[in-house]
Structures are given as structure tokens and as C-alpha cells.
Design a protein around this ligand. Structure first.
Ligand code: PRP
Ligand code: HPA
Length: 175
């Protein structure tokens, strides 16, 4: 097995995006690096391999990329959680808080069955408002959220603590 790389070196930081004072952590460089992408997926998936996971739920948009890879490795199904108005079939909708304001996300009403074991994934957790909304949707359908995983945690913003307070295990790769 080859030595592991420091994944922080594969993540690009863009100053003043999307607005002045914000440093945007851009994972497109990690996704485009075959070694880093594989390592990130392998590290995210390792703790879940023996847990009998039924579905991986990915949050639009970058959670789709990670979630598809995780689902494939786990032999699980993939479920998209999308911004409102994008899913074609009947949905359940949930308001969620953003850093400034609120938005709404949706899941197909039949995407998860009661009791199914679900992993939630996204590229990054900041305030945790987005992931909190997703956890509520998963639970509203009666499924069990086993864990939530992210490539990047911004610990000073407190999202991990918000999810843990909901009783959700959180796994992240880099801070
Ligand atoms: C980003 C990121 C997470 C969310 C994290 O998505 O991909 O989904 O913000 O922030 P939070 O923990 O404070 O909720 P964004 O809302 O920028 O949407 P996008 O994926 O469509 O670009
Ligand atoms: N990158 C991606 N999504 C985000 C970020 C970031 O730096 N901050 C809040 N959401």
C-alpha cells in the first residue's frame, strides 16, 4: 500500500469568495486529483464497511460526488437531498438555516424506508445548518441516521457540535 498524503494540500483556498473576508475551501482540486480523491473516499468509508448501511444520502451539490463513491464502495443505494424544486416526484421539504437567512431542501418521499440505515455526506460542515436539515428529513422518513461524514470541518463555526447535539455521530477528515 502506498503512503497516505496530507489531504489539506489537495484542497484549494480561495480568498474573498463568495464575498470579501470569506476563505472558500474548494474541493474541486481534491476531486480532480486521482490519488487524493481515492484516499478521501477510502478514509471516509472505512468505519462504515461492516455496519450494513442501506443508503448514502448526499447533499447537493458536492455531497452527490462523494456520496456516489461512498455508496458504490458500501454496496448501498444513493439518495439525493436537493434544494427545493429540483426533485421530480413527491417530496418532503425542510427549511434550514444558512449563515445569513434560510432556504429549503427536499428528499423524495419514497427514497428511504423506515428503519433503513443511512450515512449522510457532504464536502464541508460549517454552521451545520444544512446537515441539520438533512438529518431531520432522513428522520422524518423513519430511517436511522448512523453517521454523518464530511471531508472538511470548520470547527470554530460549530457545525459538528450542532449535529452531535442531535445525537448524530460526525466524522471528518481535515480541519
Ligand atoms: C456548502 C457546503 C455545504 C454547506 C455547509 O454548500 O457544500 O452543503 O454549504 O454550510 P453549513 O454547515 O453552514 O450549512 P452551499 O450552500 O454553498 O451550496 P452548493 O453546494 O450548492 O454550492
Ligand atoms: N467551501 C464550501 N462550502 C462552504 C464553505 C467553504 O469554504 N463555507 C461554507 N460552505
Amino acid at each position: 500500500m502506498s503512503a497516505s498524503i496530507d489531504l489539506t494540500t489537495a484542497i484549494r483556498s480561495i480568498p474573498d469568495y463568495p464575498k470579501p473576508g470569506i476563505i472558500f475551501r474548494d474541493i474541486t482540486t481534491l476531486l480532480g486529483d486521482a490519488v487524493a480523491f481515492r484516499q478521501a473516499v477510502d478514509e471516509l468509508v472505512a468505519p462504515y464497511k461492516a455496519l450494513g448501511i442501506d443508503k448514502v444520502a448526499g447533499i447537493e451539490a458536492r455531497g452527490f460526488i462523494l456520496g456516489g463513491a461512498l455508496a458504490h464502495q458500501l454496496g448501498a443505494g444513493f439518495v439525493p437531498i436537493r434544494k427545493k424544486g429540483k426533485l421530480p416526484h413527491q417530496t418532503v421539504r425542510m427549511a434550514y438555516s444558512l449563515e445569513y437567512g434560510t432556504d429549503e431542501m427536499e428528499i423524495h418521499v419514497d427514497a428511504l424506508k423506515p428503519g433503513e440505515k443511512v450515512i449522510l455526506t457532504d464536502d464541508l460542515i460549517a454552521t451545520g445548518g444544512t446537515a441539520e436539515g438533512a438529518v431531520k428529513l432522513i428522520r422524518q422518513l423513519g430511517a436511522e441516521i448512523v453517521s454523518a461524514c464530511f471531508v472538511i470541518d470548520l470547527p470554530e463555526i460549530g457545525g459538528r457540535k450542532k449535529l452531535e447535539a442531535l445525537g448524530v455521530e460526525v466524522r471528518t477528515l481535515v480541519e
